[in-house]
Design a protein around this ligand. Structure first.
Ligand code: BGP
Length: 493
């Protein structure tokens, strides 16, 4: 009863937000290395120098096209929090031991492409980078922790942006596949679970974070998404040839949108909003572009450059499972008077009077998770994997060093209860659960450290200070008990 045997309890991270060591071990520059810190109200900036030498810094979420010859680089006077992350690069043994103590069955991490191919198109892979992940996977396996690997999580070799504007160019597919072939072959006996692109649907909104593309016009983003679709499909086909046991998934940011009223116009609006997520999983799970998207492209004059083999590749390279992040839900309305915006994970909506929100304004909605699980399972009948969920909050260290994060425990317990109902009452096939930022790390949207998600506290602060020491929060022992009881015991005592 409840969670199935073998359910993958664990935690999730990404290389750029955690590893640090940005210039160590032969690593090249990634698109994320030129992103500054920000706050909830001031955006993270991408820094670059124009061909005439003018230095510029533009918000990451709205970065537009830049002239040819522009160099993305770090500028003096800015803080780049991901350069040091939480120094997992040097602490991974200690951190994995703590994950093991919590009883993790799996650990979601991403490989930094630039540790393997520093420029993205190098002839030979960087052995030091390969060895780093070999050692890390061995450390996980030593404790029986299954690595779950995101191949590309919000960072791409910067050299490829300079060369081709990254994923805007079709030649990226071959670079990505060479990288995939290298890691698939190298780690084929150590890693079984893969995801091709983190939150691929964010490409509908922003070019820099998911694709290292300067420019956020719809035509450029649609073409970049097409290249990632083809790359993902080819990676799935290749991965299965290298090891037929591989499980290769897509990964989407799932954002549930409710209609504000039962006015059919609002309901239609909510349905249209759901296309923000569905389009990407439709292509990656069904193997073809859905009709509503083709019509939208036609209406908006978007023309995709497509090769004759693409159609067949998309069909052949559908994914084995659907991984998704779920933090919140939102509300949409067609009434122009409704304008009370809620905060959000890239895409936001109106405030929902029935829900509470996090300190960053993300609306907390456990039942929405059950609804999302049902929507996705119903639509595709594929196994689901919740690879991100959690509460970003400011944690307070008491005088005795303890951190009493009951708010986090409550958030996670409420979501786990709904997951159980989705499995138990609705028959959803759920493979696992990896709460985001199982150890505190740099926030993707704001670059803050104070927006913490972890069971493990890291002594690192927004101004760059801190000694990187680790300590257990109250939620550490709680989650340990949850895993030990396979999700049965959610009590907080
Ligand atoms: C997802 C990303 C993660 C992550 C998380 C939490 O969108 O895949 O990389 O950071 O959101 O967001 P944030 O860090 O902005 O709080």
């Amino acid at each position: 009863m409840g969670f199935p045997k073998g359910f993958l309890w664990g935690g999730a991270t990404a290389a750029n937000q955690l590893e640090g060591g940005w210039q160590e071990g032969g690593k090249g520059m990634s698109s994320d290395d030129v992103v500054t810190n920000g706050t909830n109200t001031t955006p993270r900036l991408v820094t670059y120098t124009l061909p005439d030498g003018t230095k510029k810094a533009e918000p990451m979420f709205t970065l537009g096209a830049v002239p040819k010859g522009t160099k993305f680089e770090c500028h003096e006077g800015y803080l780049y929090p991901n350069h040091d992350g939480i120094d997992f690069y040097h602490h991974y043994k200690e951190d994995i031991a703590l994950f093991a103590e919590m009883g993790f069955k799996c650990f979601r991490l991403s490989i930094a492409w630039t540790r393997i191919y520093p420029n993205g198109d190098d002839e030979i892979a960087n052995e030091e980078g390969l060895k780093f992940y070999d050692d890390m996977f061995d450390e996980c396996l030593k404790y029986g922790i299954e690595p779950v690997v995101t191949i590309s999580h919000y960072e791409t070799p910067l050299a490829l942006t300079h060369k081709w504007n990254s994923w805007a160019d079709r030649r990226m597919i071959d670079c990505y596949l060479k990288y995939c072939e290298t890691i698939f072959k190298r780690y084929k006996d150590k890693v079984k679970y893969w995801m091709t692109f983190n939150e691929i649907n964010c490409l509908g909104m922003i070019g820099w974070m998911p694709a290292a593309v300067a420019g956020n016009d719809k035509q450029t983003l649609a073409q970049a998404a097409h290249h990632q679709f083809v790359a993902s499909a080819k990676a799935v086909i290749m991965g299965h040839e290298i090891n037929p046991d591989f499980q290769i998934g897509c990964m989407i940011a799932y954002s549930l949108a409710y209609a504000k009223t039962c006015n059919p116009d609002d309901v239609l609006q909510a349905w249209k909003r759901s296309g923000w997520c569905n389009f990407y999983s439709d292509v990656q799970c069904r193997g073809y572009y859905p009709s509503y998207k083709l019509k939208e492209y036609e209406r908006e004059g978007i023309h995709l450059a497509v090769e004759p083999t693409d159609e067949e590749l998309l069909k052949q390279g559908t994914v084995d499972y659907i991984a998704f992040s779920y933090y919140m839900s939102s509300v949409v309305s067609t009434d122009p008077k409704d304008n009370e915006q809620a905060g959000g994970n890239l895409i936001s909506g109106l405030k929902n009077p029935y829900l509470k929100a996090s300190e960053w304004g993300w609306q907390i909605d456990p039942v929405g998770l059950r609804i999302s699980l049902n929507y996705l399972y119903d639509r595709y009948q594929l196994p689901l994997f919740i690879v991100e969920n959690g509460l970003g909050a400011v944690d307070k260290k008491e005088a005795d060093g303890s951190i009493n994060d009951d708010y986090r425990i409550n958030y996670l317990a409420d979501h786990i209860k709904e997951m159980e109902k989705a499995i138990e009452e609705d028959g959803v096939d759920l493979m696992g659960y990896t709460p985001w930022g199982c150890i505190d790390l740099v926030s993707a949207s704001t670059g803050e450290m104070k927006k913490r998600y972890g069971f493990i506290y890291v002594d690192k602060y927004d101004d760059g200070t801190g000694d990187y020491s680790r300590s257990k929060k109250k939620s550490f022992n709680w989650y340990k008990k949850v895993i030990a009881s396979n999700g049965e015991d959610l009590s907080n005592d």
